[in-house]
Structure formats: structure tokens, C-alpha cells
Design a protein around this ligand. Structure first.
Ligand code: GLU
Length: 430
């Protein structure tokens, strides 16, 4: 069972979407099922409406989940299982105040050593715990052995107990931390393969430890995906526009193209242009590169153009929100632009009323009148000849006003090629 577990705390990052796509593809390959879990336990960071946005984005990409969970619905189990860990003495109550911890962290920093919890409250007797009125968190006891796991991409990864530390699993307000909620939910929901970003590598031994202490023996497989770098070679931050899936969609990239690009990123694929369903046939999570991948928006644009060309008429009509009769014209316009919005803009200029003004005002008037009188001409050659003889215009004084009259723009595709797509509407568009 696979899962995608986004937090509704901001715009979806392409790194998250890549994790969603990889999980989904793998779940289709071994037909084991795919869970969508909205990790909404951090109330302060949740943003209203972001959960609905996640569902909407995944739907746009054709990603279908078998079950949808909201993590906050499992709060009862998080509390019960934390209590069990306390009773089994695998976890302990910690009364250290935030100020105490902050001071100790400061001290560690001065000594240039990494801060680790010093075990103060682990040593308290049952009586001392019972008599303490201060607010408390629950901490796991750090493991007494090296924790290792095999990563499908990176190989074996080990963590020493000090680097796992006695970490907090329940906050003072009795809400679970990310590691605890995530470990418990993955266990309860029957997940056994976790694909996520490599920024979670240090969480993996903690989550394994939680389940081990709870007595769970189910095996987990992991694949941690390398980070995505920007064109300067540094980590793509949430603030960069192109890291936001919403921004990419709004800018005019097709979901099919974004998915294609993210599957290709840091991966060897048998073809350059493919659909997610095609990728199910050959995708191999083990073959994803260990090293970070560089995001290249120009490459994405090129892939977008190819997907516009190969999309069905119905799909283009839906994506461009235009009548289906424009499908071929949309494909034709990929020679001018690779973005949905830009292509749409150019086509709508053709079909908008033209301003007969400027340097060629006179010629435009003459041409318009002549076109209105002209019989239907099947080829641009016939159209041009008839129009030239009717108006006696030629050269730039013929072509430029004609282009302005047809496209509303000074530059654009060859009129001789464009004509085929618009000849039936010629009298309406001028
Ligand atoms: N909510 C976490 C995130 O969005 C989930 C990480 C995970 O897949 O475990 O980063």
C-alpha cells in the first residue's frame, strides 16, 4: 500500500507532486492501492482551503486515490498509543520548559556541539512524575542500537542512537508531532512502501522506532527522492514561482506535460514524451538517480508543446476552454508558443474585432471590403490572387494590412499556412 501525505500548509511544491506521481505509478504497477492522507494535525500551520486545493490538483493530474484520510481524525489513536508507550516505559513524560531547552540549545551552540536531549526527565521516579504539576510533553526513549533501513534509491542508511535522540511525540496540548502521527497512521492504514522527499530521511528511523516500540512487525520499504534544484544549482525554495504546481498550471503548462517532466527529471526514460499511464509500463523507482535533479523550465516548455500537439481535440477544448473546432488551430500555434495562455491569447486576437487604424488603415479598409465581397477560396494562393487583383495592392502594403486584419498582430505564423485553419471563418474574423 502506497500513500501521499501532504500537509495543507501552502501551495503544493513540485517535489511533493513528484512524490505523489511516483507513489501513484508504483501503486498501479503492483496494484496494491493508494491512500491520500491530509496531514492536518498542525493546526497553527494549516491554511483553510488548501486540502480542497490538493484534491483538485491531484484530480487535474489524473491521480486517483482509493481512500482519503484526514490525519486529525486519528487523534484518538495517537493519544491511546502514546499512552501505551508510556505504560510500556518506551516513552516518558518530560516537564522541561521551552526556556530550559532553549538555554541548553544555546549552550550546545556555544560549545559548537549538536544539541541532544540530556535525559533529565527520563530519570524521574514515578513519584516525582505523579507530583509534578507542570505541563508535559511525551518523549520517546532513544534507541539503544543503530537503526538502519534500505532505501530503494540510496541503498542502506544507518543512524546512531544519539542522532535519533529522545524526540517528542506528543506536545503539551496533547497533539501528536509529525513523526508520531505519520508513523502511527502508516501502520494503521496498512502502508508498506513510503516514497517521499529526501528531506525526510532523518525521520525514517524515528518512525521505524515508534512502530517497533509499539510492537508492530510489518515491514516497510522506502524510497527517498533527491531534491530538485533551481537553475542556479540551489534547492528550489517554496518562494520560487516555478516550484509551485498551481503557478505552473496557471502559467499554461498542461498536467500531462508537468507529470512527464517530473517523471523524466533525474531518471532515464525510454522515450522523451509519454503519459503517466505509459510510464506505468516501464517506470522503475530503483532507477531514479541518487543525485539532485536540476529543474529546467525551458525543457518543460518544450515538453508542453509536444503534449499540446498530441492531445485529443476534446482534451484541447477542455484545457483551452475553447470550442472543439479550434483544436487544429491550437496545435498549429505551438510553432509560436508553448504555453496555453499565450496560444489562447493569439487565437482570441484572430477572433476579436480588429482596430482599423494606424499606418495601414486605408489598406485595411480596402482589403476588408474586398474580402467581404469575395467568394469562398479553398487555397491561400487563390485567395491572395483574387484579393490582389481586386485591390491592386501588393508587397508590404498588401501583406501587412492583411496580417493585421486576420491576426490582429504584426508578427505571427505564415499567412499561407494559417489560412487553411481559418478560411471558413474569414468573413467573420476580419
Ligand atoms: N506531511 C509531510 C509532508 O508534507 C509528509 C511527509 C511524508 O511523506 O511522510 O512533508
Amino acid at each position: 500500500m502506497y500513500r501521499f501525505a501532504p500537509s495543507p500548509t501552502g501551495d503544493m511544491h513540485i517535489g511533493n507532486l513528484r512524490a505523489a506521481i511516483f507513489n501513484y505509478i508504483c501503486s498501479l504497477q503492483d496494484k496494491s492501492g493508494f491512500i491520500l492522507r491530509i496531514e492536518d494535525t498542525d493546526k497553527e500551520r494549516n491554511i483553510e482551503g488548501k486540502d480542497a486545493e490538493i484534491l483538485e490538483i491531484l484530480t487535474k493530474f489524473g491521480i486517483k486515490w482509493d481512500t482519503l484520510y484526514y490525519q486529525s481524525k486519528n487523534l484518538k489513536f495517537h493519544r491511546e498509543l502514546a499512552a501505551k508507550l508510556l505504560m510500556d516505559k518506551k516513552a516518558f513524560l518530560c516537564f522541561c520548559s521551552d526556556e530550559d531547552i532553549a538555554k541548553k540549545k544555546e549552550l550546545a551552540k556555544e560549545k559548537n556541539i549538536a544539541y541532544r536531549y540530556d535525559g533529565t526527565c527520563e530519570k524521574l521516579s514515578d513519584e516525582e512524575v505523579l507530583n509534578c504539576e507542570k505541563p508535559s510533553v511525551i518523549r520517546m526513549k532513544k534507541p539503544n542500537k543503530t537503526m538502519s533501513f534500505i532505501d530503494e534509491i540510496k541503498g542502506e542508511i544507518s543512524f546512531e542512537p544519539e542522532n535519533i535522540d529522545s524526540f517528542v511525540i506528543m506536545r503539551t496540548d496533547k497533539t501528536p508531532t509529525y513523526n508520531f502521527a505519520c508513523a502511527v497512521d502508516d501502520m494503521l492504514e496498512g502502508v508498506d512502501f513510503v516514497i517521499r522527499g529526501e528531506d525526510h530521511i532523518s525521520n525514517t528511523p524515528k518512525q521505524d522506532l515508534i512502530r517497533e516500540y509499539l510492537g508492530y512487525t510489518g515491514k516497510f520499504r522506502y524510497a527517498h527522492l533527491p531534491i530538485i534544484l533551481n537553475e542556479h544549482g540551489t534547492k528550489m525554495s517554496k518562494r520560487e514561482n516555478s516550484s509551485s504546481v498551481k503557478w505552473l498550471l496557471e502559467t499554461g503548462y498542461m498536467p500531462e506535460a508537468i507529470a512527464n517532466y517530473l517523471i523524466m527529471l533525474g531518471n532515464k526514460t525510454p522515450y522523451e514524451i509519454f503519459s503517466m499511464n505509459e510510464a506505468v509500463e516501464w517506470f522503475d523507482i530503483k532507477k531514479v538517480s541518487k543525485s539532485p535533479a536540476k529543474f529546467d523550465i525551458d525543457k518543460l516548455s518544450q515538453i508542453n508543446r509536444e503534449h499540446i500537439k498530441r492531445a485529443s481535440d476534446e482534451r484541447l477544448a477542455q484545457l483551452f476552454e475553447m470550442p472543439i473546432k479550434f483544436a487544429s488551430l491550437i496545435r498549429f500555434y505551438t510553432q509560436e508558443s508553448s504555453l496555453i495562455g499565450e496560444i489562447k491569447d493569439k487565437i482570441s486576437h484572430i477572433y476579436s474585432p480588429k482596430h482599423i487604424q494606424g499606418e495601414y488603415e486605408n489598406e485595411m479598409k480596402i482589403l476588408k471590403e474586398a474580402i467581404l465581397k469575395l467568394d469562398y477560396k479553398d487555397s491561400f494562393d487563390e485567395f491572395k490572387k483574387a484579393l490582389m487583383s481586386e485591390t491592386s495592392l501588393k508587397g508590404k502594403k498588401f501583406f501587412m494590412p492583411l496580417r493585421l486584419l486576420i491576426t490582429g498582430k504584426e508578427h505571427g505564423p505564415e499567412l499561407s499556412e494559417l489560412y487553411d485553419f481559418i478560411k471558413n471563418d474569414i468573413k467573420e474574423i476580419i
